[in-house]
Design a protein around this ligand. Structure first.
Ligand code: HEM
Ligand code: HEM
Length: 434
């Protein structure tokens, strides 16, 4: 695939708008995270918030991090892939605004206590309809751009053309799929048939994440010559995981069975393969530090995710802050770095907003510290379940340090948002558009 041909006709507004909205939600979500950390230390402060309780703010926090911060910059990626520039770029910004409006409606429902009860699928009532419509609007825009630019897409090669078409067809089911998945009667919120944590389910979700990690470079960076073998090997390995997932069994199995933890151990193979895969592509020079951190967090996620699953370890960490630490490695460490890497690559020279040393190191250092604190708290809590419930000096110290790292992460994200809204950023963008 030639990644540049369509981008030449694409004013950067579409990507800029998606990244700005993503950053705006990151700042808001982090501010809510700080509020949560304050409330865990000083529960009496919840009094003036009335019915806007801790549990409601948690829904706002996790959904804004997921559907705001980690999703919106990927809209910029889709605009790039389907060539939603040229005369279609005029629709890119409304699609971004529609997505943000759906999230704002979502926040209103979560704060008033309406929810499907399903974690990360909390859409209910009007918000559920609105979000599905926003997804449908985005799809229509991508489809219109794709067919209008069909000739350019065809020139990029038959395989790329049909791959994009196939993905577009699959994406058509997403609005309907999200709407139905959020239905509490479709499957129960607590599903007794799943039989607890299985290596199969962890492997399947890692399989999905790995597919995303392999697809992204194909569309945003050009392949270096003579590196075809690395790419083929990676895709073959991914395909080989499908029968493994099927063979490992589900439902009536447990993480204590060797087949489960040894089967899940296959994810460790991806630790050296993904860096080799990434190095088969030519990246923008200014994306280097985000490539390194993406790969670093990737290796950390796979290794610690597998260790967390082992018999004895998971039993100790289950329902503790240790799993909050795991979520943070996955979302604030790995996913956030990947999102920023994609954004820097697509924004080209505008990617400087993510490369200031101060915000970069502040973010990385605080994410690491936060994870260390949560794993420590989780480990103590595993042996003493009252540890995080009954305030004591050690628990308060850990939670106070978590609050401090949260405030500093909020500051780093504010730095990125401020730069993305700065005149220098806007000026370069409008010159290019002209
Ligand atoms: C981007 C990738 C990932 C995301 C977003 C993610 C997110 C999560 C979340 C939100 C939870 C629930 C935490 C809680 O109960 O508080 C979880 C649990 C867990 N994850 Fe991940 N994770 C990812 C990748 C992985 C990988 C690669 C592995 C293993 C190699 C893994 C292993 C586990 C295990 C063992 C649990 C506990 C399951 C249970 O207790 O039922 N995760 N993950
Ligand atoms: C300013 C930075 C942040 C602070 C202070 C913060 C704080 C918190 C707090 C206090 C909780 C609730 C934990 C509990 O109820 O025990 C939480 C949960 C969570 N946060 Fe954050 N957060 C921050 C940033 C982020 C970011 C950047 C992401 C993802 C990109 C994220 C994803 C999550 C997730 C997935 C959970 C649910 C974890 C679980 O239940 O396992 N947070 N956060």
């Amino acid at each position: 695939m030639n990644p540049t041909a369509l981008n030449d006709t694409l004013p950067p507004q579409a990507q800029l708008s998606a990244v700005r909205h993503g950053l705006m939600w990151l700042v808001l979500a982090n501010a809510v995270g700080v509020l949560l950390a304050v409330l865990l230390l000083f529960p009496a402060l919840a009094q003036p918030l009335g019915e806007w309780t801790y549990g409601r703010w948690v829904m706002v926090h996790v959904n804004l991090e997921l559907y705001g911060w980690t999703a919106l910059p990927l809209l910029g990626f889709l605009f790039h892939v389907y060539g939603a520039g040229g005369r279609f770029s005029v629709w890119a910004r409304p699609a971004v605004w529609l997505w943000s409006a759906a999230l704002a409606v979502g926040c209103a429902t979560w704060l008033t206590g309406a929810s499907s009860g399903k974690l990360f699928l909390d859409w209910s009532g009007f918000a559920r309809v609105f979000f599905a419509l926003a997804l449908a609007g985005l799809w229509l825009q991508l489809a219109a751009a794709f067919f209008a630019n069909a000739k350019v897409h065809q020139r990029q090669g038959r395989f790329a053309f049909f791959l994009k078409l196939a993905v577009l067809v699959l994406l058509a089911f997403v609005p309907w799929g999200m709407y139905h998945a959020a239905d509490p009667t479709l499957y129960p919120v607590f599903n007794p048939d799943t039989g607890g944590p299985t290596g199969t389910s962890q492997l399947e979700s890692t399989f999905g994440v790995t597919a995303i990690v392999l697809v992204l470079p194909l569309a945003i960076a050009s392949r270096k010559p003579n590196r075809r073998a690395t790419l083929v090997l990676a895709w073959l390995l991914l395909a080989a995981e499908v029968p493994l997932c099927a063979a490992m069994g589900r439902a009536n199995v447990s993480h204590r069975q060797p087949m489960q933890y040894l089967g899940l151990g296959v994810v460790l193979l991806w630790i050296p393969i993904v860096p080799a895969y990434f190095s088969a592509f030519a990246w923008n020079a200014n994306s280097r530090r985000w490539r390194i951190t993406t790969l670093w967090w990737w290796a950390t996620l796979l290794l610690t995710g597998w260790i967390f699953f082992l018999p004895g370890v998971l039993d100790h960490f289950k329902f503790t802050d240790g799993l909050v630490g795991h979520s943070f490695i996955a979302m604030a460490g790995f996913t956030s770095s990947l999102i920023i890497l994609v954004s820097v690559q697509l924004l080209g020279e505008h990617g400087w907003i993510f490369n200031r040393g101060r915000s970069f190191w502040l973010w990385q250092f605080c994410v690491m510290a936060y994870i260390g604190l949560m794993i420590l708290a989780g480990w103590i809590e595993g042996a003493d379940p009252a540890f995080t419930i009954v305030p004591g000096p050690a628990r308060n110290l850990i939670y106070a340090l978590r609050l401090l790292t949260g405030v500093l992460m909020l500051a780093a994200s504010l730095d990125w948002l401020r730069d993305s809204l700065s005149r220098r950023f806007a000026d370069v963008a409008s010159q290019e558009a002209a």
